[in-house]
Design a binder for this molecule. Structure first.
Ligand SMILES: *Cc1c(COP(=O)(O)O)cnc(C)c1O
Length: 382
C-alpha cells in the first residue's frame, strides 16, 4: 500500500505548491443568507440557494412530512421499486414550466448530464461543447464515446465553422452549453444557437442549473430567449428550488428513451420522496411570489452598478482577480470582515482567471449588497 499513499501525498504536495489544494470547511446554514463557519457567523455570498427556499418553512415542512410518511430513502432505483408517485407529479410540473412534453428526474444534475448525453450520442457522433461548460456536461460528453470538440465561449462564428468542418462526418451531433454559465454568470445566446443547431441538424442541450428560478421570469434560460428551440433542457432541483436532484425536460420520445436507457437512472437509487416534495412546494412559492424570483438579479445589478462592472445578467457576478493565491487572499480578507465569498480557482476556471464568484439570493438585503461592494471595491483598485 506504500505506493498508493506515496502517490496521494505527492499529488497533494504538488497541488499545495500551486495554491490549488482544496479543503472542506464544515458550514452550517443559519437564518437567511447567514452561515456558521470556523466558529463564526458570516454573511454568505457563495450559495446557489437563489430564492432562499432550502430553508423556507413550507418547503421544510413538506419535506419532513414526506420523510415521515414514506421514509428517509427510496430503497431502490426507479425501474425497480423506487418510482414514488411524487416523482411523476414533479416531472409534470417541470415539463409544464419548461414548455416541453415530458421530463425525467435523476438523482442529481451531474447524474442527469452523465446519463443524458451517452443515451443520445456515441461513437461516430459529434459533441460540440462550449469551452466554459460545466464539468458534468464535459463528463457526459467524454463518457459517450462521441468525438468531443470544444468551441470558444459563446463564439457563434467559431461554432458555425466547426459545424461546417465536422458535422458531415458525424451521424448525429449535439451542441452542449450552460444556459447561465456557472462561474461567469453570463447567458448563452440560445436564440442564435438554436438557429445554428437547426440549420446543421444538431441537437441543442442547455444546462439550466443557474437559470431556473432566476432568469426568464423564473422559467429559465430558454424562456429568456423567446422563439429559441431548445429540445434538451436539463437542470437541477438543488439550486433555486432548494431541494436535491436533477432533471431533463424534453419531448416524450426522448424522455421515454432516457427512462429505458440512461445508466445513471437505471443503476442509481431513486431520490427520496422528500426531495420531489420539497421541489413541488418550491415551485408553488415561485409561482406565487414573482418579487422573490426577481430579487437575485436585482441584487446582482445593484452590485455591478456599485462597482462599475458589466451589468449582471443572472444572480452570479464574477470578480476576476487573476492568480489563485491572490484570489484566496481576497477571500480571506472578506472573511475577516464576516463576508463569505469563496475563491474559485483552476481547474474550475481557466488558469489566470481565479476569482471571487459572488452569488446573490433573495435573502440578501440592499444593505447587504452595499456592504459587500464597499468591501470589494479596494480589491479592484489594487
Ligand atoms: C451545479 C451544476 C450542475 C450539477 O447539479 P447538481 O444537482 O448539483 O449535481 C450541473 N450543471 C451546472 C451548470 C451546475 O452549476
Amino acid at each position: 500500500m506504500d505506493s498508493l499513499d506515496q502517490f496521494a501525498k505527492a499529488k497533494l504536495v504538488g497541488l499545495e505548491s500551486r495554491s490549488l489544494r482544496r479543503r472542506l470547511t464544515p458550514t452550517r446554514s443559519l437564518e437567511g443568507a447567514w452561515v456558521e463557519r470556523d466558529g463564526r457567523r458570516m454573511l454568505s455570498f457563495s450559495s446557489n440557494d437563489y430564492l432562499g427556499l432550502s430553508h423556507h418553512p413550507k418547503v421544510i415542512q413538506v419535506a419532513a412530512d414526506a420523510a415521515l410518511a414514506y421514509g428517509a430513502g427510496a430503497g431502490a432505483s426507479r425501474l425497480v421499486t423506487g418510482d414514488h408517485p411524487l416523482l411523476a407529479a414533479l416531472e409534470a410540473k417541470l415539463a409544464a414550466l419548461k414548455g416541453t412534453e415530458a421530463c425525467c428526474l435523476f438523482g442529481s444534475g451531474y447524474l442527469a448530464n452523465t446519463g443524458l448525453i451517452p443515451s443520445l450520442v456515441g461513437e461516430g457522433d459529434l459533441v460540440l461543447i462550449d469551452a466554459l461548460a460545466h464539468a458534468c456536461l464535459w463528463a457526459g460528453a467524454k463518457l459517450s464515446g462521441a468525438r468531443v470538440i470544444p468551441f470558444p465561449h459563446n463564439d457563434l462564428e467559431a461554432l458555425e465553422q466547426r459545424l461546417i468542418d465536422h458535422r458531415g462526418q458525424a451521424r448525429h451531433a449535439l451542441i452542449a452549453t450552460d444556459g447561465v454559465f456557472s462561474m461567469d454568470g453570463d447567458l448563452a445566446p440560445l436564440d442564435c444557437l438554436s438557429i445554428l443547431a437547426t440549420a446543421h441538424d444538431a441537437w441543442l442541450l442547455a444546462d439550466d442549473a443557474h437559470g431556473l428560478g432566476v432568469v426568464g421570469e423564473g422559467r429559465g434560460s430558454a424562456a429568456a430567449f423567446p422563439g429559441a428551440q431548445v429540445p434538451l433542457q436539463m437542470g437541477t432541483l438543488s439550486k433555486a428550488l432548494g431541494s436535491y436532484g436533477g432533471y431533463v425536460c424534453a419531448s416524450q420520445p426522448v424522455v421515454d428513451l432516457l427512462k429505458t436507457r440512461a445508466r445513471t437512472l437505471i443503476y442509481s437509487t431513486a431520490l427520496p420522496a422528500s426531495a420531489p416534495a420539497a421541489a413541488l412546494a418550491a415551485l408553488e412559492i415561485m409561482a406565487a411570489e414573482p418579487e422573490r424570483v426577481a430579487a437575485p438579479v436585482e441584487r446582482a445589478r445593484q452590485f455591478t452598478r456599485a462597482l462599475n462592472l458589466p451589468r449582471a445578467m443572472s444572480a452570479i457576478v464574477p470578480v476576476v482577480i487573476g492568480e489563485a493565491d491572490a484570489a484566496l487572499a481576497c477571500s480571506r480578507a472578506l472573511a475577516d470582515q464576516g463576508l463569505l465569498v469563496v475563491a474559485i480557482r483552476p481547474p474550475t476556471v481557466p488558469a489566470g482567471t481565479a476569482r471571487l464568484r459572488v452569488a446573490f439570493t433573495a435573502d440578501h438585503t440592499p444593505a447587504d449588497v452595499d456592504r459587500l461592494a464597499a468591501a470589494i471595491a479596494p480589491m479592484l483598485q489594487a
